[in-house]
Design a protein around this ligand. Structure first.
Ligand SMILES: Cc1cc2nc3c(=O)[nH]c(=O)nc-3n(C[C@H](O)[C@H](O)[C@H](O)COP(=O)(O)O)c2cc1C
Length: 361
């Protein structure tokens, strides 16, 4: 098992100074069009103390992929300059900076994007207030794949150390992979293999841009291994997707979990945690990053039993020095309080708070 302060060199050649990372957290501090604010730059400087890697909150790659007002945007070259301020704020603290890129698909709203939301199929999400999406045409699918490529080009130009493809948390890439949201019967759906085509096409397009970079540039892929809905993604499906992703020179795979030691909802896969099944299946093909409920050393080290890097999201907002305190053996100084309480002290735009509480707490 790796130690918290052990370094890790990724396949691209980028070296992380330790095994702690800050997972992506949207803090809705951008302007309405996604342009970067100074508050946001200061926020990234604050949360980048100690950890080897910081992944930004998610950035939408097209206008209709925006999930909510105040989120980062990487839709246009005009965003590069502002994004470079975030990359620099993170790197100045000695951490590597990764930009998370996504399309919200049916998880957005017509109020946010000014038109009907889109998805793989015209099936709404199972959540209160979900809107019925419009099924994407073949041409639109190709445009979105291209937009992921352009977003990668912009991340390289902005000075980031890498991008993370956001294939998790029920957004568009996951919507294509899930039988719940993807009822298509064309090249993009109809079987498990075809539902994996969109995630794979996005990953392929991202790597085409990375090949043009004049310096090492990392690519990670984040997924949510299991959905609660029926039909929906089961752990077996995610293990298949992981095998398919092994065809790419990924720097890491990142699993989004609420509790890192959670067991899946597949009756056949109850012997160990979801994380342990995934780690075994990766079998060293790439490092595994995991999150879910880390509030202290025991949990951070618990993750490292089945992953190469341990992520700390909410606790980093509660105590931005958490990682440094762990690394310095200053555990007694760690601030702990429920995130739902701490959130009201954060410089986030308040309309988003209820949404965040519903999705993440
Ligand atoms: C305020 C907030 C914003 C988040 N935004 C994102 C995001 O933009 N992209 C993403 O993949 N996950 C996002 N997440 C999920 C976290 O990355 C993480 O998976 C989750 O909080 C569980 O980790 P934790 O128990 O350490 O908080 C967000 C979580 C929080 C609390």
């Amino acid at each position: 098992m790796p130690k918290l302060n052990e370094s890790l060199t990724l396949r691209s050649g980028i070296t992380l100074k330790n095994r702690l990372f800050v997972p992506p957290m949207t803090v809705v501090l951008s302007f309405h069009d996604g342009a970067i604010t100074t508050d946001e730059v200061n926020h990234y400087a604050e949360i980048s103390q100690g950890s080897g890697l910081v992944i930004t909150g998610t950035a939408n790659v097209t206008e209709n992929g925006k999930g909510w007002p105040g989120e980062l945007s990487v839709t246009d070259d005009s965003m590069i300059e502002g994004l470079s301020r975030i990359a620099k704020a993170i790197q100045d603290k000695g951490a590597k900076a990764i930009l998370q890129i996504f399309h919200a698909g049916r998880m957005s709203s017509s109020k946010t994007i000014g038109e009907q939301v889109v998805s793989a199929s015209a099936i709404p999400a199972e959540m209160p207030g979900a809107e019925i999406p419009r099924e994407l045409s073949e041409a639109e699918i190709l445009e979105i794949i291209e937009a992921f490529g352009q977003a990668t080009r912009r991340a390289i130009a902005a000075g980031f150390d890498g991008v993370e493809i956001h294939g998790a948390n029920t957004y568009l890439i996951q919507q294509f992979f899930s039988e719940h949201s993807n009822r298509r019967n064309d090249a993009w759906g109809g079987s498990l293999e075809k539902r994996a085509n969109f995630p794979k096409a996005v990953t392929k397009r991202v790597f085409e841009e990375v090949e043009k970079a004049d310096r090492p540039f990392a690519v990670g892929y984040r997924l949510s291994p299991v959905e609660a809905t029926t039909p929906g993604i089961r752990l077996e499906d995610s293990l298949y997707l992981i095998d398919e992703l092994k065809a790419f020179p990924l720097d890491y795979l990142h699993v989004s979990l609420k509790s890192y030691d959670r067991k899946s909802n597949s009756p056949e896969l109850q012997e160990k945690s979801e994380l342990a099944y995934i780690h075994d299946r990766i079998d060293g093909a790439f490092p595994l990053l995991a999150v879910g409920g880390v509030r202290d050393r025991v949990a951070a080290e618990g993750i490292l039993e089945d992953a190469e890097l341990a992520g700390v999201a909410q606790q980093t907002l509660v105590d931005p020095s958490f990682a440094q305190k762990l690394l310095d053996d200053r555990d007694a100084e760690i601030v702990t309080k429920p995130f739902a309480e701490a959130i009201y002290d954060l410089p986030m735009a308040h309309p988003k708070l209820k949404y965040l509480e519903r999705r993440y707490l």
